[in-house]
Ligand binder design. Structure first.
Ligand code: ZN
Length: 312
């Protein structure tokens, strides 16, 4: 891959990228300085599928903001791009390298799109490449290069503070041959509110209630959520606790009094799981606001759903 310096970015140029009609304007907007060292035009022309993934992430960032789940810099997203890369010929020395505290053996030489720390979802929706980056893991899986920014242009950009959990989850997904490529963390209000209520601080009670508020919560999330008791965010400890849930077949992990982590083949798939559960939580609060405890589905109705929908 060749790198050009001081490339002029225009909307017309980006319009030439097939199938990414929305992306050009986003990228043009994100690069209003019109100067780039990393040649994004060439990169996205060669990697059109990656451009589509980033468009989808930008769309999701907008939903999260509109739903009120992404206050300030809340939430973070990562996607394993490795199978979509058409050109792996990077001169990595040009790009800054950051050492990790742990090794992620299954992630050696892989590529990830990762949102930035301190960045707002509402800004990511408009300017994805200014508020996120693509990283390439080193061959030991214990460091990464940010390949969408040259060393001298890095300023204060860093990947999300929840990178330990994102990498731990991707390490698990890759090492188990999972088709899931996307990891989404967000702060869905009603789900977080439920974990503030002591009786929902067990996975059993939380799942029974969420499933009971709407049958589709069971149909689409039949294994229920894995509940992680409150742990300091951004830590390896919370990463370790989170992957226990995904190891056990869950697709959504709830962090008590904090938020949700979900996996999916795409970011939309991961978002859907949280959205469905959030709907159940909203129904529970709406019923409670009438002064009545909602009935929920009874054990026989849940057993019937289990029989019909639980994947064997
Ligand atoms: Zn969070």
């Amino acid at each position: 891959m060749q790198y050009k310096f001081n490339v002029k970015i225009t909307t017309n140029t980006f319009d030439k990228i097939d199938g990414c009609s929305d992306l050009p304007r986003r990228f043009a907007g994100s690069m209003h300085a019109n100067l780039l060292e990393f040649d994004m035009i060439e990169f996205f022309q060669e990697n059109k599928k990656i451009a589509k993934v980033i468009t989808e992430v930008a769309g999701l960032a907008n939903y999260l903001w509109q739903k009120g789940w992404a206050e300030r810099n809340a939430g973070n997203i990562s996607v394993n791009l490795s199978e979509l890369m058409t050109d792996n010929d990077f001169e990595l020395d040009h790009f800054p390298m950051f050492q990790l505290e742990r090794s992620y053996d299954a992630l050696a030489n892989l590529y990830f799109f990762v949102t930035g720390t301190g960045k707002r979802m509402r800004d990511l929706a408009i300017s994805p490449m200014k508020n996120a980056c693509i990283i390439k893991m080193n061959k030991k899986g214990n460091a990464y290069h940010i390949i969408t920014m040259k060393k001298k242009n890095l300023y204060n950009f860093r990947p999300t503070s929840e990178l330990p959990t994102h990498l731990a989850v991707h390490n698990l997904l890759v090492s188990t041959g999972s088709p899931n490529k996307a990891v989404v963390h967000t702060h869905p209000n009603e789900l977080v509110a439920m974990t503030q209520i002591p009786k929902f601080q067990t996975a059993e009670m939380l799942n029974k209630t969420l499933w009971g508020m709407h049958p589709e919560a069971f149909v689409f999330v039949p294994r229920g959520v894995f509940l992680v008791p409150y742990i300091l965010p951004g830590s390896h400890k919370i990463a370790d606790a989170t992957i226990e849930g995904f190891k056990n077949g869950h697709e959504v992990v709830i962090w008590e009094k904090h938020g949700a982590f979900a996996i999916g083949e795409t970011v939309s798939d991961a978002f859907d799981m949280i959205d469905i559960l959030s709907k159940s939580a909203q129904i529970w609060f709406m019923a409670m606001q009438t002064g009545n405890e909602p009935e929920g589905l009874n054990d026989a109705q849940l057993a019937e759903l289990k029989e019909a929908f639980l994947k064997k």
